[in-house]
Design a protein. Structure first.
Lengths: 311, 201
């Protein structure tokens, strides 16, 4: 029985896994975060400036005090450097996309990843009332960019600093941690839906299609007489809760991955959560598509610590 | 000769120590994520079904798990947050509407992302108005919300260049009949006004 289960979940050996997943994580999250931040630029003042819908001093009163906000940082440095709030804001408005571009290029990858995460948390904390799922998943991805050796391949660091490639063993351990995190995320997301009866009777899907419908031109009223809301509700629960199981079985992996990608594309299309869906697709491709992609002829990876010493 | 042997040995042990540290930390990280997720699933379910949480569970999480340094750890690594979006239930969306001189106004934006974020803000506020609260700082929180409402009202007034001397801003829930209600013939969406504030020049 033990061998049977082992065989089902059998993963390719560490040396056979394609390390390009780290490039996918680094470039994917840097690019999407950059695009996401740029998408906010036309209305930046409405959200962050002193004339914003929620002015920074009001927002600051209830923010999470574990992490500073732009406003609180501004207040702290004002005694040392006499700058106005708009100048401080402009500084962060420029610095964040620049660090994301540096991360994308893999320039001083670890420091830029740490800086990107810090700035992302700072900015998110400054607009706590406006933050939603995408901000959390971006934080998760940026955090793993800080921890994993994501700058060791296809980066300026590798090109200029001649960084030694990480061992296959290390890459494999990082991948395992990342995969487990993604599995936990989906399992609990599915479980929480299962615990509420509205996902089990199709009511949540019905409400989503009417209250959060981004495609105003499509009328979903005809669905009331069909079992479609009920089926989509159960499909979502099963897809998410069974994710840790079926995504780890090599025979079902590509089908489950395709299912979850379609699920996120649907969220983007029907609910208008484009950036959220993009981040989730990147997390999925990083965890379960790229490591198993076959082409690895251009990727140099040391096999073990011993081989690194030999090198 | 000795140096040639020593350097690879130091390198090997440093790598080994790093690998061991990474393994220990990653196990802790996974346990942390699981425990946080378990609690949030439990907490959300209790809130949804209006059940009182078990005191020992609440004590464990509030006094131990959600306290520094774990709270810092959870915030900085993004491992201390729930993942169940739109669960256990999709709540009705919130809508902020301004009204002046018989005309209706909304907040104006140039991009879809800011519009999306503003709808998140509206939902935050409406949730705050709907949720039953037993906070000891209730009065203070209400005053804060009033301040927030007025700030939004001022912006809607200025953005839309209203000519009137006053503007009413209301916080509404956008309702839609349930599947059963719809099948029974009740097919009109509706707005429930939760709060209204008046802004005068």
């Amino acid at each position: 029985m033990k061998t049977f289960i082992k065989n089902i979940f059998k993963q390719p050996a560490a040396s056979v896994q394609n390390p390009l997943w780290m490039v996918c994580l680094r470039c994917g999250i840097a690019l999407i975060s950059f695009a996401h931040f740029m998408a906010l630029q036309p209305d930046f003042d409405n959200i962050f400036s002193a004339r914003a819908f929620v002015p920074p001093d009001i927002a600051d009163a209830t923010r999470d005090f574990l992490i500073p906000s732009i406003y609180s940082l501004h207040k702290s440095i004002q005694g040392i450097i006499p700058v106005n709030y708009e100048t401080t804001l402009l500084f962060f408005r420029i610095l964040y996309p620049v660090t994301l571009l540096a991360l994308l290029a893999g320039l001083f990858t670890r420091p830029t990843a740490i800086l990107s995460l810090a700035l992302h948390l700072l900015i998110t904390n400054s607009m706590e009332y406006y933050s939603y799922g995408v901000d959390l998943f971006t934080s998760i991805a940026l955090f793993y960019c800080c921890v994993f050796p994501v700058g060791s391949l296809f980066s300026l660091d590798a090109l200029w600093l001649k960084k030694r490639p990480p061992s296959a063993d290390r890459i494999s351990k990082c991948l395992k941690l990342f995969q487990i995190h993604v599995c936990i995320m989906y399992f609990f997301s599915g479980l929480e839906k299962l615990l509420g009866y509205n996902w089990r009777n199709g009511e949540s899907i019905w409400r989503m299609l009417h209250g959060y419908n981004a495609t105003e031109s499509i009328n979903f009223d005809f669905l009331y007489n069909t079992p479609i809301p009920l089926l989509i509700g159960w499909f979502t629960i099963i897809l998410e809760m069974m994710y840790p199981l079926f995504i780890n079985i090599p025979q079902t992996r590509k089908w489950w991955l395709a299912g979850i990608v379609i699920f996120h594309v649907s969220i983007a299309f029907f609910m208008g959560l484009y950036f959220f869906s993009s981040v989730m697709i990147i997390l999925n491709l990083t965890a379960y598509y790229m490591p198993f992609a076959e082409d690895k002829k251009t990727v140099p990876v040391a096999q073990s610590h011993a081989e690194l010493i030999e090198a | 000769m000795r140096l040639r042997l020593l350097l690879p040995a130091i390198f090997f042990f440093t790598m080994k120590a790093r690998a061991i540290l990474f393994t220990i930390w990653s196990r802790f990280h996974i346990v942390f994520i699981v425990l946080t997720s378990v609690y949030f699933a439990y907490d959300k379910t209790c809130r949804f079904y209006k059940i009182k949480e078990h005191a020992p569970v609440q004590y464990f999480y509030n006094n131990l798990f959600f306290n520094a340094p774990f709270r810092y750890y959870g915030k900085l690594t993004a491992a201390g947050s729930p993942y169940g979006y739109f669960a256990p239930n999709i709540r009705a969306s919130g809508l902020i509407i301004g009204e002046s001189g018989g005309k209706k106004y909304t907040a104006l934006f140039n991009g879809f992302e800011a519009e999306m974020r503003f709808s998140v803000l509206a939902s935050h506020i409406t949730n705050n108005l709907i949720d039953e609260r037993d906070s000891p700082n209730q009065k203070l929180e209400d005053r804060f919300m009033d301040l927030l409402f007025k700030s939004i009202a001022v912006n809607i007034y200025n953005q839309n260049k209203c000519n009137q001397d006053s503007l009413f801003v209301s916080y509404n829930i956008v309702g839609f009949p349930t599947l059963k209600e719809y099948a029974a013939g009740n097919r009109q969406p509706y707005l429930i006004k939760l709060k209204e504030v008046k802004l005068s020049k």
